[in-house]
Design a binder for this molecule. Structure first.
Ligand SMILES: Nc1ncnc2c1ncn2[C@@H]1O[C@H](COP(=O)(O)OP(=O)(O)O)[C@@H](O)[C@H]1O
Ligand SMILES: [Mg+2]
Length: 263
């Protein structure tokens, strides 16, 4: 059997350092590589620099030193590079005065696409996250899980290739979180996105990711990585699979080592 050709590199960070104006060094010596189609989970304790790393990757802030290369899609850089990258925050951050449709339309509207021209794409994005028929609903009429679905639809409406998610389900109850985990995996399989998913939950990272990069406490860097060698599609049955339990245990041990390493 011949090895499949290695997938293209989408994210490459080397020796990244980031300090804030108040002197807090959030990241130091951060190295990370992500290949096309991977579901990479960035796992670490609160305050270790996960969000900072994600914002650097998204181009929302600049590193002080190190090398950072983000190439969301193959071929020549797209006219609007940022359309290939989507970012989902922990809070749904919807406009309360706008309907689900208008919230999802926003990125297209900013790109100069009229409401009428955006109609099909917006409805497809809402339908993709299970919100058929909720186009006219306002955020206050939606549950926490539904608001997060709208937020995901808004990220997907530009058809990105790279999805950056910062603890998107942390504020949701467990049943809703499990449901959104499954929907996210299904969508990723359908679209072949590259995903970087930030979480502080060992269980969530093992369930979702093909590879987990465990960070040290601040200043954050990658302590160790672990592959989750269980093929997709993964379903609810995986949560009671012995391989799931074993990988959670191994990942917890790595996290404990990483915490100790910095002390
Ligand atoms: N804009 C900022 N100014 C100063 N300190 C910050 C800023 N943003 C984050 N920090 C600090 O940097 C560290 C890493 O933060 P963050 O990346 O948000 O961690 P995480 O997402 O892992 O919880 C924390 O100690 C946080 O208080
Ligand atoms: Mg954070």
């Amino acid at each position: 059997m011949t090895e499949p050709a290695a997938a293209r590199s989408v994210i490459s960070l080397a020796g990244i350092r980031k300090a804030f104006a108040n002197g807090v060094v959030a990241l130091d010596g951060l190295d990370l590589n992500v290949r096309e189609g991977e579901f990479l989970s960035l796992l670490g304790p609160s305050g270790c620099g996960k969000s900072t790393a994600l914002r650097l990757i998204a181009g929302l802030m600049q590193a002080d030193s190190g090398r950072l290369l983000v190439t969301p899609s193959a071929g020549p850089p797209a006219e609007a590079w940022h359309h290939d990258v989507a970012y989902v925050f922990q809070e749904p951050t919807l406009m309360p005065w706008a309907s689900a449709f208008d919230n999802v339309w926003l990125p297209l509207r900013l790109a100069g696409i009229s409401r009428a021209d955006a109609r099909q794409q917006v409805c497809e994005a809402l339908s993709g996250v299970g919100l058929d028929g909720f186009e006219a609903a306002y955020p206050r009429q939606l549950s926490g899980g539904m608001k997060m679905r709208v937020s995901i639809a808004r990220a997907l409406v530009t058809r990105p290739r790279l999805l950056l998610m910062d603890e998107p389900f942390a504020a949701l109850d467990e049943i809703t979180r499990f449901k959104l985990n499954d929907d996210l995996l299904r969508l990723q399989q359908e679209h072949g996105w590259t995903v970087v998913f930030v979480t502080h939950s060992v269980f969530e990272s093992v369930y979702l990711a093909s590879r987990i990069a465990v960070m040290t406490p601040r200043p954050g860097r990658i302590a160790e990585e672990i592959a989750v060698d269980v093929p997709y599609p993964r379903t609810e049955a995986f949560r009671t699979d012995p391989r799931y339990a074993a990988t959670c245990q191994a990942t917890s041990a790595i996290l404990h080592r990483a915490m100790g390493a910095a002390a």
